[in-house]
Design a protein around this ligand. Structure first.
Ligand code: PLP
Length: 416
């Protein structure tokens, strides 16, 4: 059997496939594992109760069950849900949008596949365009998504050192080169893996560049505002006709519903819908029905603000305290955790690569993600690329503490 170029590209041992395989195998094995590696959200009791009640009312009421599972939606996704989302965003932020500016996809991961390949790759003119990541490290899920090779170009961050062993990455606008070879820009906000929150000024700067070069700025708000709002710093959400905002129901507690929500201008939404019709006929209806009432009555904002955000903020503070306790005396740095549910640790001068550290930690029964996978398009940036790890603090506290303690034990002899 021989695979096409597409087949070869999408079946080779991509970074993400290897890691997901590892994580899956570790979870399935009889050995207990301290899972600090995955991207699963926590199962927050209040949210679980709310969603369970919603399932009961779906089963009890009228034709909701049928709407959830008995029909195909249009390729753009449930019109009533899209209307409700547009209404919510209009009310909250005054954005001039309607249901025509909203499309659903099977998780936002599928949205990135479609959007990136709409704007980058081979063009009719013979030109080849790329996606620019203005600040790497960036989300690992982007890196293998292009239908052609050499799909990304990225910009190394500026590093600001802060008190208490914290640091923060910033977009280095002086290094940002945009020309005809760039099809679109993309940032995650807050950023997976670092928990960084691009400032309002950075977003305004990128939006202005996008406008100037007539390319879209894709903002991945899978963890951000308005929901699930896992954000520990005050920033403004931003949208204009040139922005493609990608939201998701996953980190709210519904990753299994595979619901991504794209907010874009009508041309973008029509293009995404056309691709969805070919790829999937219609997006999953489960998330749209599950979340319809929450979006209509504003519970989705209320739960995000008063349950989900404080839940993760408390977990973050506890995890940071453990980091400082167990790593005391070492030359470690921690990215200022401003959102999402990850800590990004930088072991400056680590005597092995973080990939080797990952292997050692795996032997000890703790799973993390080594840094080089996140430097999409910037693999040759130097030592920093191999000195960091990402850990998730979505797991129960005893798992996080034991994991951090073990990482510190393992790292201590490897630091100068
Ligand atoms: N964007 C970021 C930054 C993520 O971390 C993830 C998942 O972990 C996604 C997008 C994709 O999420 P989903 O496809 O579940 O919406």
């Amino acid at each position: 059997m021989k695979f096409s170029q597409f087949g070869q590209k999408f079946t080779r041992k991509s970074g993400i496939l290897q890691l997901m395989d590892d994580l899956g195998k570790a979870l399935a094995s009889a050995q207990p594992v301290l899972m600090l590696g995955g991207g699963n959200p926590s199962q927050i009791p209040e949210i679980q109760t709310y969603l369970r009640q919603r399932i009961h009312s779906i089963l009890a009421n009228g034709n909701e069950f049928e709407r959830m599972l008995g029909n195909y939606d249009t390729p753009q996704g449930s019109d009533e849900f899209n209307q409700a989302v547009a209404e919510l965003l209009k009310q909250q932020y005054g954005w001039q949008i309607t249901a025509k500016n909203v499309a659903l996809t099977n998780g936002s991961q599928a949205a990135f596949f479609t959007l990136f390949n709409l704007f980058a790759g081979h063009f009719q003119s013979g030109q080849v365009k790329k996606i620019l990541l203005p600040l790497a490290p960036e989300y690992i899920g982007y890196r293998d998504i292009g239908l052609s090779e050499d799909f990304f170009v990225a910009c190394a961050p500026l590093i600001e050192h802060l008190p208490n062993r914290l640091f923060k990455y910033h977009v280095d606008f002086s290094q940002l080169k945009i020309d005809d070879s760039i099809g679109a820009m993309c940032v995650s906000r807050p950023t997976n893996p670092t928990g960084n929150m691009l400032t309002d000024a950075e977003i305004q700067g990128l939006a202005a560049l996008a406008r100037q070069y007539d390319i879209p700025l894709i903002i991945d708000a899978a963890y951000g505002t308005p929901f699930p709002n896992i954000s520990f710093t005050e920033v403004q959400p931003y949208w204009d006709e040139n922005i493609i905002l990608c939201l998701s129901l996953s980190k709210l507690g519904l990753p299994g519903s595979r619901t991504g929500i794209i907010i874009g201008n009508e041309t973008v939404i029509e293009a995404v819908s056309s691709v969805s019709a070919i790829l999937t006929l219609a997006p999953n209806s489960v998330g749209a029905v599950m979340a319809l009432e929450m979006v209509r009555n504003g519970d989705i904002l209320q739960l995000s603000q008063s349950v989900i955000r404080p839940y993760y903020e408390q977990k973050m503070q506890q995890a940071v305290a453990w980091i400082h306790q167990y790593f005391a005396g070492m030359n470690y740095h921690l990215h200022k955790p401003e959102g999402a549910f990850f800590l990004w640790l930088w072991f400056e001068g680590l005597s092995i690569s973080s990939q080797q550290l990952y292997e050692q930690l795996k032997q000890q029964g703790v799973l993390v993600i080594p840094s080089q996978y996140f430097f999409v398009g910037l693999e040759d940036m130097g030592a920093h690329v191999h000195e960091c790890i990402r850990i998730s603090y979505a797991q129960p506290p005893e798992v996080i503490e034991a994991g951090i303690r073990l990482i510190a034990q393992q790292v201590r002899p490897l630091m100068n």
